[in-house]
Ligand binder design. Sequence first.
Ligand SMILES: NC(=O)c1ccc[n+]([C@@H]2O[C@H](COP(=O)([O-])OP(=O)(O)OC[C@H]3O[C@@H](n4cnc5c(N)ncnc54)[C@H](O)[C@@H]3O)[C@@H](O)[C@H]2O)c1
Length: 381
Amino acid sequence: MQRKTIRIGIIGLGLMGREFASAISRWCHLLDNGDKPALTGICDKNKESWQWYIDNFPGLIIKTDDYKMLIESDAIDAIYCAVPHNLHEQFYIDIIKAKKHLLGEKPFGIDKKANENILKVIKENPDVVVRCSSEFPYFPACQQLIKWLHAGKYGRLIEVRTGFHHSSDMDLSKPINWKRMVGINGEYGCMGDLGMHTLHVPFRMGWKPSSVFADLQKVAKTRPDGKGAMVPCETWDNAVLTCKSIDPKIGQEFSMVVETKRMAPGATNNWFIEVYGTEGSAKFSTHNPKAFDFITTSGKQQGWTRIDIGSQSAIPTITGGIFEFGFSDAFQQMIGAFIHELSGNGSNHPFKNVTPEETAWSHELFTAALESHKTGRKIVL
Ligand SMILES: NC(=O)c1ccc[n+]([C@@H]2O[C@H](COP(=O)([O-])OP(=O)(O)OC[C@H]3O[C@@H](n4cnc5c(N)ncnc54)[C@H](O)[C@@H]3O)[C@@H](O)[C@H]2O)c1
């Protein structure tokens, strides 16, 4: 069968733009007979960022510093957009109106209003596939946890803890960047940056928070500006959201704690989910990326069982099943799920990308969290 090529353009050629380009350049890694992505266009207003792409992608047809040129190009079918949060609303809306499929980055709009405006345009263009990036659930051990959740092995939920911990900001001499500025990153701070990642699995299980009490912290008040002066560091560094949610499987309420921290001593990109139930509990953390830990609760004694899961990913790969899996593999698997949906094969994939509706749930939660912190009250969603 002839495999179709899906021509991709990237807007925003920074940290994540490169990760995306690298992932699609080694599509042969996947044992998949479906459509193949190929990078045909790049856009960044900073032309210095173009060179790495020019050196590594001979198939580029369009290179531009004006995203409108890219989205109007006939050489592009779909776009990965990884730009600062203040640009999400305008860029995503224009991409969708130009009828290009979109894998957009979180938080999918700098605030709730921006997110609502994006979702309005998505509704008006139902023929365009739009998803939000979130790669961590594609670790095979987390996929195992998701299967365990679907099988309802937890019984009745007691508590779900989900979080993302970083420690890079513990270095107070680290110069400020746009992710620490409210005007560009948004009022949500660490929640906008890290929150959607933590909510992908809970939301997919239908665990929408019904209330939230938020504890937000600004630890670093100032940061170097990189030119010798100190400037205000405005965004929230750490957030702990204590939520109530209802498990639609059995209609019972449970507690959900969502932690997003940029200042978590010792943690390097540590994404985790822990699920505690009356009949069983399970956990996954990128700190031990191979490990799927679970307990089946019976009698008094309870001991965790750990299974080392190799690289047995949702889309099979050439890598031997016993070998290790990493961030770049998860990112490639996430794009694989997107390509499956674009090709109309989404039902063949066990775990779809974050949907626009799920991003709206996250905005509801973060907006309520800001209100909760301001008023010191629990907010009902
Ligand atoms: N999925 C993940 O794990 C993950 C990790 C980090 C960041 N992100 C998200 O990805 C997005 C980008 O983050 P990043 O870390 O790649 O940032 P970055 O600063 O490394 O890259 C952003 C790029 O956008 C470019 N840009 C800015 N204004 C532009 C314009 N008007 N037109 C074209 N290009 C423009 C910048 O020049 C820069 O190259 C954000 O939404 C962020 O939250 C996702």
